[in-house]
Design a protein around this ligand. Structure first.
Ligand code: CP
Length: 320
C-alpha cells in the first residue's frame, strides 16, 4: 500500500496515490460499519486522544467511533474543563499528553497552523480535525469517497463549491484534493466571500449560480461561517438565500444527475433549502456522514501502521 505520511495534517501533503490508497481501505470499513458487529483489532493496545478546541458533532463523534471500532483506547479531552482555561498553552498541553504515550492525537483548533505546530512537538501520529481556515483533510477525504461512490469515479468531474469560500477550510481541502485528482473545480459565491488571491487557485470563479452550476456533476454547498466573520459580508440571510441558496430551481442549472453535498452543520433556508437537503434522490449529505467514520478508520489504520513501522525500525537502530 502506498501511504507514507506520518501525520495527516492536510491534503496538500498527500500524493494522488496515497489518496487512492486511503479511499480503497475506507471502502472495506464501509462494509464493516454496516455489519451488526463493527469491531476489528487493528488499533488494539493503542491509545487515541481527541482534543477539540472548537465545537464539533460529526468530526468528533466519528473519530471516537472510528477509534473504538478499530479497538483503540479512546479518550476525549473536555477542553473547556482542561487547564487550557487556566492559561496553559496548546504546546504545553500537547507535551503533557505526549508524556502519557498516546499513539494517535486528533486535534481541532481555531488557529490555522496550530495542528502542524503541535505535530512537531509530539512523537505520536497527529490528525488534523480542522484548523482555522487552513485545512480539514478528513472532510475532503470523506467527500471524495462519497463522490467516488455516487459518480463511479473521482476524476474528470465538474464540481461546484458554493458559498462562503473565504472562511472555509472545507473548501480549501476539497479544492486541493479535487485538483490533485484532475477534476474541474468552480467556486461560486459573492465577491465578499471569496478569499484574496482566488484567481491564483487554479479554478473558475463565479458570482452567479446559474452560470456557475451549468453542467456541474457535483454541487457542494458550504455553511456561512458566522463565527469567523468580523463584519457584514452579506446584505441579509434572506437576500443571500435568494441569490446563492441552493433550491430545486437553481439545482436545475446543473446536470440532471448532479448530487448535492453539504459538510454540515447546515443553516437550512440560508445556504440550502431544507426539502432539497432531505431529498434522498439528490442529496448525499447523510452518505457523507457515513463515509466520515470509514475514512477516519482508514486514516488512523494507515498512520498506525506507519507509526509501528517507524518505532520498529527505531528499536532496531535503522533510519527510516
Ligand atoms: N463537517 C464538520 O466538520 O462538522 P462538525 O463541525 O460537526 O464536526
Amino acid at each position: 500500500m502506498t501511504f507514507r505520511a506520518r501525520h495527516l495534517l492536510g491534503i496538500e501533503h498527500l500524493a494522488p496515490e496515497e489518496i487512492r490508497t486511503l479511499l480503497d481501505l475506507a471502502e472495506t470499513y464501509v462494509d464493516l460499519n454496516r455489519r451488526t458487529i463493527k469491531k476489528t483489532d487493528v488499533l488494539a493496545g493503542m491509545t487515541q486522544i481527541n482534543m477539540f478546541f472548537e465545537n464539533s458533532t460529526r468530526t468528533q463523534a466519528s473519530f471516537e467511533l472510528a477509534g473504538k471500532r478499530l479497538g483503540a483506547d479512546v479518550m476525549n479531552m473536555a477542553m473547556s474543563q482542561s487547564s487550557v482555561k487556566k492559561g496553559e498553552t496548546l504546546i504545553d498541553t500537547a507535551l503533557t499528553l505526549n508524556a502519557m504515550h498516546p499513539d494517535l492525537l486528533v486535534v481541532r483548533h481555531q488557529n490555522s497552523g496550530a495542528v502542524d505546530l503541535l505535530a512537531q512537538k509530539v512523537n505520536c501520529a497527529v490528525l488534523n480535525a480542522g484548523d482555522g481556515r487552513h485545512e480539514h483533510p478528513t472532510q475532503a477525504l470523506l467527500d471524495a469517497l462519497t463522490i467516488r461512490r455516487a459518480k463511479g469515479r473521482l476524476h474528470r468531474l465538474t464540481v461546484a463549491i458554493c458559498g462562503d469560500i473565504a472562511h472555509s477550510r472545507v473548501a480549501r481541502s476539497n479544492l486541493i484534493l479535487l485538483g490533485k485528482m484532475e477534476n474541474r473545480v468552480r467556486l461560486i459565491g459573492p465577491p465578499t466571500l471569496m478569499p484574496p488571491g482566488v484567481a491564483e487557485l487554479g479554478c473558475e470563479v463565479y458570482d452567479d449560480m446559474k452560470a456557475g452550476l451549468e453542467g456541474a456533476d457535483v454541487v457542494m454547498m458550504l455553511r456561512l461561517q458566522k463565527e469567523r466573520m468580523d463584519g457584514g459580508f452579506i446584505p441579509s440571510e434572506r437576500e443571500y438565500f435568494y441569490r446563492f441558496g441552493l433550491d430545486a430551481e437553481k439545482l436545475g442549472y446543473a446536470k440532471d444527475d448532479a448530487i448535492v453535498m453539504h459538510p454540515g452543520p447546515m443553516n437550512r433556508g440560508v445556504e440550502i433549502d431544507g426539502t432539497l437537503a432531505d431529498d434522498i434522490n439528490r442529496s448525499v449529505i447523510q452518505d457523507q456522514v457515513e463515509m466520515g467514520v470509514a475514512v477516519r478508520m482508514a486514516a488512523m489504520d494507515l498512520l498506525a501502521r506507519n507509526l509501528k513501522a517507524a518505532r520498529g525500525a527505531e528499536a532496531a537502530g535503522v533510519m527510516v
